[in-house]
Write a protein that binds this ligand. Structure first.
Ligand SMILES: Cc1cc2nc3c(=O)[nH]c(=O)nc-3n(C[C@H](O)[C@H](O)[C@H](O)COP(=O)(O)O)c2cc1C
Length: 285
């Protein structure tokens, strides 16, 4: 067998026969061809999967957003998909109206394409946002969108819940969440972050249900109508006026703590939802 012309010569890397159709398995051209074909096949598979899964991802993202809004509003317990009366996310969320608000005027924007709007994308577009100066930008946003979406439950008796999207820089990145208010527009129903990059166990404790529970009932504004929430290492005496505005600082995470306090104050202030909340209060009076 050793003298056969077409024997497999592994030392030379392939068949090398008298037929002349030699195939050098390890020849650079063949290796490259196989690698390129594999790359093409894999990229087509990955791109196909990404395109096919996009609708499902969008649905999941929307469902997650709704759960976070409901949790911030105190309408859905932590880690639950139904409330105490067995109502699911869709049913609970259907009570909310989504409205567009012009931040500068604090007025609702009529005839706005809510479904096609993304305020985070708008905040990156100079035509649909404004630059914030250093002194204005206490939440380190860089730019502020002109229009933002809010979530409101309003009945004949007035506003029941108002959920506001908020964001601001912590230590490692921007924290994105929702701040929910009761109908008096100053008592906090809850604060929930749906995206943050802080260290688990330190700044990441912003997601700890025990810490989040402290926000319930805290007053966003003082009697003069100024943003008054404070994250403190030592709480004031229970029942005192100062205690009404206080939440525990996160231990070992001063920078995240400062970021959270600043973002709440920013969005409650003049550049955030201040004018909008003033208008709603004036209408309710
Ligand atoms: C690995 C590592 C991760 C940290 N993560 C955070 C964080 O997520 N948030 C934060 O405020 N500080 C974090 N810190 C601590 C900060 O660097 C800083 O020391 C701290 O905010 C000071 O807080 P303190 O005055 O309460 O000790 C981290 C430190 C280390 C070493």
């Amino acid at each position: 067998m050793a003298d056969r012309d077409d024997s497999f010569d592994s030392a030379r890397g392939g068949f090398d026969g008298a037929r002349g159709d030699s195939f050098d398995k390890e020849g650079i051209r063949n290796v490259l061809t196989v690698a390129i074909v594999m790359c093409l096949v894999c990229s087509i598979l990955v791109a196909g999967a990404a395109v096919n899964l996009r609708p499902a991802q969008q649905l999941n993202k929307e469902a997650d957003k709704r759960q976070n809004i409901l949790r911030a509003a105190g309408m859905l317990p932590a880690n639950a998909k139904i409330d105490a009366e067995g109502r699911g996310v869709e049913e609970l969320f259907s009570r909310f109206s989504v409205r567009a608000v012009d931040l500068a005027s604090g007025r609702f924007v009529a005839d706005f394409d809510i479904d096609g709007y993304n305020q985070l994308r708008a905040a990156r577009d100079p035509a649909r946002s404004r630059d914030l100066s250093n002194s204005e930008d206490i939440a380190t946003l860089g730019r502020l969108e002109n229009v933002t979406l809010i979530y409101i439950i309003q009945t004949d008796a007035g506003i029941e819940k108002l959920v506001l999207p908020v964001r601001g820089y912590g230590l490692w990145g921007t924290l994105y969440g929702y701040l929910a208010l009761e109908g008096d527009l100053k008592t906090i129903s809850g604060l929930a972050f749906y995206d943050q990059k802080e260290t688990p166990g330190l700044g990441g404790e912003v997601d700890n249900p025990k810490w989040k529970a402290q926000w319930v009932g805290v007053q966003l504004f003082d009697d003069a109508g100024e943003p008054a929430v404070r994250l403190v290492k030592t709480r004031s005496a229970s029942g005192s006026e100062a205690a009404a505005y206080e939440v525990d600082a996160l231990s070992g995470a001063t920078l995240t703590t400062r970021g959270v306090e600043n973002l709440v104050r920013f969005w409650a202030g003049e550049l955030g939802f201040g004018p909008f909340l003033d208008n709603l209060k004036a209408e309710a009076a």
